[in-house]
Design a protein around this ligand. Structure first.
Ligand code: ATP
Length: 444
């Protein structure tokens, strides 16, 4: 059963605390487009930085890339997106809504389908499906003629393929090696929804890993395991993750094999990331369409061939949603419900909160602000004196802050502060001169 109440709680927390806002809210909002607020921006940055660190900086066989969103329109012909990146759409004459044909319910008659929301029957003989391309069109330059038409990229991958020769020439990498990229992608999704899970503008974290043709199975398995473990390393409970290999009839035309890493969202198991064995499809296509030879010269074997490609392709926004859902906990503390986001220390948007016990005592406020000033260059922290301490703790628990440092009256005398751990709620009394080292040890 989908747990809609959990989803509602997360959506409400994200709005209330400043993780995620609806786009253009003061104008009534723009459907299925979302903005990351102050805490969401920190969380997103942490997710992307950890991905980049794991797949680029900690590996000798990977390099990074950052391509433009706009590309030559021929790219999308070569990739197959102009002709193939489309869904069949059917109009319902009763409710005037448009549906994806595969979302309608079958009936005994293969030509008749039933609408999910209004219940009307649709006859595909009189209302045939029309293909709808998911790419967003735009035009470059001042004149809106057909020659200026291009698209907002629907995936970041193509930027890597078309730069293959540049990367080989400048890095002198030998197979196997990979290229990683993070960036925005756009798809005119027909049925967006489930909060930030399926949107029309989103961010991807993609790797194209180039291998010798005979080694593709090995690297395909390697990347499935590597990416599965990454989600666990940054806080996802293993029970909530699974690998789902695609059936043969589900595979995209270019893929030799594909597996999804799925997360158990409150609305059901859904794809976080796909790992595909793309064979030599992409380099062959771009060689053919561009007229440039994108093959690889293997000096060891003294021969030329097309490398095969393993593609782990994940969504930043889906990863964030999974980290949020998995971090969300409610627990009973002294008859009160404590809501706490148990983010890993790497992903927590705020690491430390500095809180004076009493806001109307200038000496306490002064000491707390001095402590914050002294730490802010090394630790991502907040200072807050806008409520009583109990409320301040609850606020920090709800946003997943790892440690709360409280300055009390005693602190003025003994120059010690109380450090409270988010998860255990245990408190340590720490000398102010030792505080930076203590906190840095805990959070790094
Ligand atoms: P789905 O089947 O859910 O539409 P897909 O198989 O089309 O996804 P891919 O083309 O493999 O997705 O894209 C790779 C990743 O990009 C997905 O695993 C997902 O994390 C992310 N992604 C794709 N489409 C969207 C979207 N509309 N909104 C948010 N993230 C997306």
């Amino acid at each position: 059963m989908p747990d809609t109440s959990l989803m509602d709680k997360i959506v409400s927390l994200c709005k209330r605390r400043g993780f995620i806002f609806q786009s253009s809210e003061i104008y009534g909002g723009l459907g299925s487009v979302w903005d990351y607020g102050p805490l969401g921006a920190e969380l997103k940055r942490n997710v992307k930085n950890r991905w980049w660190k794991s797949v680029v900086q900690e590996r000798m066989d990977m390099v990074g890339l950052d391509c433009a969103i706009l590309m030559h329109p021929q790219v999308w012909k070569a990739s197959g997106h102009v002709d193939g990146f489309a869904d069949p759409l059917v109009d319902c004459k009763e409710c005037k809504k448009r549906f994806r044909q595969d979302n309608l319910t079958d009936t005994k008659d293969p030509d008749i389908r039933q609408c999910p929301s209004c219940g009307a029957k649709i006859d595909l003989k009189t209302s045939p499906a029309r293909m709808f391309n998911l790419m967003m069109k735009t035009s470059l330059g001042a004149v809106e003629d057909a020659s200026a038409v291009t698209y907002l990229r629907p995936e970041t991958a193509q930027g890597i393929f078309v730069n293959f020769l540049n990367i080989l020439d400048t890095t002198r990498k030998k197979l196997p090696f990979g290229v990683a990229q993070i960036g925005k992608s756009f798809r005119n999704e027909i049925t967006p929804g489930n909060y930030t899970f399926r949107t029309r503008e989103f961010e991807q974290m993609e790797i194209e890993y180039f291998v010798k043709p005979e080694e593709d199975d090995k690297w395909y398995e390697f990347w499935i395991n590597e990416r599965f473990d990454w989600y666990i390393r940054y806080g996802i409970n293993k029970e909530n993750l699974r690998i789902r290999p695609h059936a043969k009839d589900e595979l995209a035309h270019y893929a030799r094999a594909c597996s999804d890493i799925e997360y158990k969202f409150p609305f059901g198991w859904s794809e976080l990331e796909g790992i595909a064995n793309r064979g030599d499809f992409d380099l062959k296509q771009h060689s053919q369409f561009s007229g440039k030879d994108l093959s690889y010269f293997d000096a060891g074997e003294n021969k030329r061939y097309m490398p095969h490609i393993i593609e782990p392709s994940g969504g930043v926004d889906r990863a964030i949603l999974a980290f949020l859902v998995d971090a969300y906990h409610e627990e009973l503390v002294k008859d009160e419900t404590r809501v706490v986001l148990r983010f890993s220390k790497e992903l927590a948007p705020i690491k430390v909160a500095i809180l004076p016990l009493l806001k109307n005592r200038p000496e306490l406020v002064g000491m707390a602000k001095d402590i914050a000033e002294g730490l802010k260059k090394d630790i991502n922290l907040v200072y807050d004196d806008t409520a009583a301490i109990g409320k301040l703790y609850r606020r920090q628990d709800e946003i997943g802050t790892l440690y709360c440092v409280t300055v009390d009256v005693q602190s003025l005398e003994d120059k010690k502060v109380t450090v409270r751990d988010r998860d255990t709620m245990l408190q340590d009394r720490i000398d102010v001169t030792q505080l930076k080292e203590y906190l840095i040890n805990k959070i790094s």
